[in-house]
Design a protein around this ligand. Sequence first.
Ligand code: AP5
Length: 216
Amino acid sequence: MRIVLVGPPGAGKGTQAAYLAKNLSIPHISTGDLFRANISQGTDLGKQAKAYMDAGNLVPDEVTNAMAQDRMEKPDAENGFLLDGFPRNVSQAGVLDELLTAGGLKLDAVLDLEVPEDEVVKRIAGRRICRNDSAHVFHVTYSPPKKEGVCDVCGGELYQRDDDSEETVRTRLEVYHTQTEPIIDHYRAQGLVVTISALGKVTEVTERAMEALGRA
Ligand code: AP5
């Protein structure tokens, strides 16, 4: 399956993507995680992306599109992928459409996670991620690690993302509403959008998602 996951910052895209990718046997491709890995490795791409991310703005399309395309062309993505955080504006959606069409491929679904803004703010405020791998995600209240400050998966140090400050979150939400939400209409016109509530336990949301994707 080829799926795009969409939803506001803190909706639980990364959390759900980890389970869905496993259940569906497809790679989880997160542009946010790819940027963070580049930042921690000190690459040129990471240096270019950091200032935009810290301010809560989108990294320029040319940088993002090239990185996403490169990842989607890796052998493990040949039979499908779960995109998390890409596309993030209508221009990126157009580029993805062109890439897929050129390869004779198509998306199966765009899974839209709906969460009220007050819940998103709570989820982001309590989020802690691992220094070794930003896909290892915890929450101080909702899914605390066994040992405070330590990743259950790899023992890495847990920290709060630089872009999870109150001010940056406000910018990210605004960017989501103005630039990312319009892609939902873009894909609705193609009959691809399935919207689910992302409230409730993580496992309940995964079940809801699998059902919406026709894979329950
Ligand atoms: P990115 O990393 O994609 O951030 P985001 O979209 O803002 O999403 P988040 O990672 O904040 O949240 P999430 O929905 O994954 O939630 P999570 O599962 O962690 O992007 C970061 C930046 O990179 C962007 O701002 C931009 O600068 C740049 N970027 C990325 N892609 C780009 C692109 N295509 N173009 C240009 N720039 C790009 O969950 C949040 C918390 O809630 C966690 O603590 C979790 O434990 C908890 N939680 C999850 N589910 C539940 C539940 N059901 N109940 C209770 N708690 C829950």
